[in-house]
Design a protein around this ligand. Sequence first.
Ligand SMILES: Cc1ncc(C[n+]2csc(CCOP(=O)(O)OP(=O)(O)O)c2C)c(N)n1
Ligand SMILES: [Mg+2]
Length: 516
Amino acid sequence: MNGAESLVHTLVAGGVNVCFTNPGTSEMHFVAALDRVPGIRCVLGLFEGVVTGAADGYYRIAGKPAATLLHLGPGLGNGLANLHNAKKARSGIVNIVGEHATYHVKYEAPLTSDIEGIARPMSDWVRKARSSTTLSADAAAAISVARELPGRIATLILPADTAWGPAETVVPTPAPARRRSVSGAAVTAAAQALSRGGPSACLLLGDAGTHGRALELAGRIAAKTGCVISGEFNSSRVERGAGRVQLTRVPYVIEMATKMFEQTSDLVLAGAKAPVAFFAYPNKPSLMAPSSCRVTQLAEVEEDIEAALEAVASELGALNTPPARVAQAARTALPGGAITPEGIGAVLGALLPENAIVVDESVTSGRGFGSPTATAPPHDWLSIMGGSIGFGFPCATGAAIAAPNRKTILLEGDGSGMYTVQALWTMARNSLDVTMLVFANRTYQILRGELASVGAGEPGKNANDMLTIGRPDLDWVALAKGHGVEAGRATTLEELAREFKRGIASSGPYLIEVVL
Ligand SMILES: Cc1ncc(C[n+]2csc(CCOP(=O)(O)OP(=O)(O)O)c2C)c(N)n1
Ligand SMILES: [Mg+2]
């Protein structure tokens, strides 16, 4: 057994069964070992941002880390933006980054770089393997970091000689530790605050608070106390749709968000942070809740959010109270006519398949999709957590790998989509069941609003050129087909409904250029 084989054995034994890869020379022994050791699926991405974003999407659905394989500092560097998004999403990932053989580094060959320096800001844990005999132990340590709850980014740097040198043992990965419990004082304080009821008391949920039993408990607490229950503007995974407790989403636009919290005098946080604006704007507040609002941290994101909500519900006598705000099944009517964001929302509400995974990088087009889909059949909603665009295509790729029997629906801005469009090829190669709506408004529409919001004045010619992405218009049907993905174009809502049905009926990837 060589070091690389011991590494792959360690990954498989540690429950890491998927590796998103983009390899180079220094990783060739690892690549070869992937065939000699059974139990790991390899998925090639044609750009490292696809690889890291796919690992994020995979974690959110599979609930366990994938590995990535990246080529030295530059390969890792290409993947950093989506690693940033994954870190903010608390997605666990084991990055394996190739490096020159230990004795070769001193010669400053072209690809030599400070890999640890590149890795550190977007990793929670970084280690460079020292020898082939200890590589398995390093890998087990990396996996256990990634499998902590919430997940963390572990980056293991793999000098080529630690991969090709001899190895003897495969070190097992210890089971992840349970989340830390919250204090009794935090539970009592939260129960007291919430018992003041809505609209003055608000329970804001994040991370593990937005699905499963935690969400249901929030509904019971709301039924008992009348408090408002809400989710952050972006959540790593929210369970939504018919039969589920509905959360009020904190809006992106600061004026709307401050309005939402206008009457809040008690904000209780469970796995969420006190809501802040995405950016600072001259003469606008950074924090969305009024300064007079009391903030009670029930559970930090690292703590046991579900158990904390259970304890609050128990303290309030709400454990058997039927949950409030449960969505009743209802479909929107299929609309017709010109394509508008409202019309697209209605098409989604009418046709969203049961148990779908919705990946949302729709930016301005999707701001109103929440309400028409709230009563659609149950589904998961995954949003971009780090604000670094280029997340959508890769995340949908990873989610679809994690759940081959579910329909993945991607809602994608045309500007954001272009950052990591190569993921289309990975979807085609793996016949992934993803239906994609690309909102072709030919602009960075959000930045028009931002230009006004920061008070930068009217856009001149240069500014306009930086906010529009037409001239030439991107041909999304041709882009999809060029990557091996079937595609169609919708210029009316009737065409959109027809195309969406076609995408859902297909078991492979299908892209719809939605001309706005
Ligand atoms: C990595 C990165 N680069 C640049 C930005 C700035 N930015 C935010 S949104 C956006 C454009 C989004 O355009 P599109 O996806 O077409 O959505 P639209 O605004 O048209 O709805 C840009 C460039 C960013 N957030 N992340
Ligand atoms: Mg756009």
